[in-house]
Design a protein around this ligand. Structure first.
Ligand code: BJW
Length: 255
């Protein structure tokens, strides 16, 4: 079936004043970044708590670093896809637009999105767990194993949020405010199972937003969504951006 945007949704996206795009690994899948869950997900082969937690890191830093080195390599060779670019186009048209992402790959900014809240950190950054000194990827690659801080000898880790860790406070607070103020909230390419991020669509809905979900597979959020577009973000987001551009060219009375 050819994917289409209904006239009702086209009107809604044309009229929305405050839009939030809440994104997960599925949005980067079409750029070649493996998702975490599902049949092709990273987590289908490896248990998350064995890798993405402080316990795992302290128990076996070289195994965890091997995993991150592998993913850093994947992510250094990728580019934004049509879904990322469509969100950047939408931001130019809406009075208020924010991307809240669980992704750590930096692709939204590379596509041109400007208001981006990264809830789970960014894989390009690293820091010393003992003294906090930040390190770029050149340092980590040169270490070729577990990187140690030259300043204090502490373990260097990727600047991402592991299970059991709190989210960056400023990004979280800004995300809650954006969710509360949204009139259209889009949950895109996320399994919506990891908290507290997964609470944001519900915060938005409770505050009066229209909740739209885009995902090839239903999620625990689907039953709460006002509208569910079943399919890839790289297909539906360009259609939505086109609908938004068309609607905003028309005077209000003709929408
Ligand atoms: C497509 C597509 C296409 C495919 N187009 N779509 C019990 C209840 C509630 C909470 C908890 C609980 N027990 C523990 C917790 C807390 C825990 C949690 O939520 N656990 C649940 C799993 C149960 N949360 C935490 O620990 C968080 N911190 C916290 O709660 O702090 C407070 C606290 C402090 C101290 C003690 C206790 C609590 C932190 C969570 C950090 C998550 N970190 C990770 C790793 C980041 C670093 C890294 O990448 O290495 O973040 S885990 C991983 O999951 C990653 C992701 O951002 C996150 C979400 O995954 P996402 O993006 O949804 O990906 P997938 O793979 O799950 O889904 C992809 C989707 O795309 C699928 O639906 C596909 O269908 C779809 N798709 N192709 C569109 N083309």
């Amino acid at each position: 079936m050819t994917p289409v945007i209904s006239p009702g949704l086209s009107r809604r996206i044309g009229d929305a004043r405050a839009i939030v795009a809440f994104t997960g690994a599925g949005v980067s899948a079409e750029s070649g970044v493996p998702t975490f869950r599902g049949t092709d997900g990273i987590w289908s082969k490896l248990k998350p708590e064995e890798l993405a937690s402080m316990n795992a890191f302290m128990k076996n830093p070289s195994m965890v670093w091997e995993w991150y080195a592998h993913r850093k390599k994947i992510m250094s060779g990728i580019a934004p896809n049509p879904g990322h670019f469509a969100l950047a186009r939408m931001e130019k048209l809406a009075p208020s637009f924010a991307v809240i992402t669980q992704n750590i790959d930096g692709l939204h900014r590379r596509a041109g999105s400007r208001t981006v809240y990264e809830l789970h950190g960014n894989i390009e950054r690293n820091y010393c767990m003992k003294c906090g000194t930040p390190y770029g990827d050149d340092f980590v690659v040169a270490a070729n194993g577990v990187p140690l801080c030259p300043a204090c000898g502490g373990l260097v880790r990727p600047d991402v949020v592991w299970f059991g860790e709190t989210l960056p406070e400023d990004e979280w607070d800004a995300s809650v405010r954006a969710a509360e103020g949204a009139d259209l909230f889009m949950s895109i390419g996320t399994s919506a199972v990891v908290y507290p991020a997964a609470s944001l669509p519900l915060v938005a809905k409770r505050s009066g937003a229209y909740l739209l979900e885009i995902n090839p597979e239903p999620t625990p959020l689907t039953a709460q969504a006002d509208e569910y577009l079943q399919g890839a973000s790289g297909v539906f987001l360009p259609l939505l951006a086109g609908a938004m551009e068309a609607a905003r060219r028309l005077p209000h009375s003709h929408r």
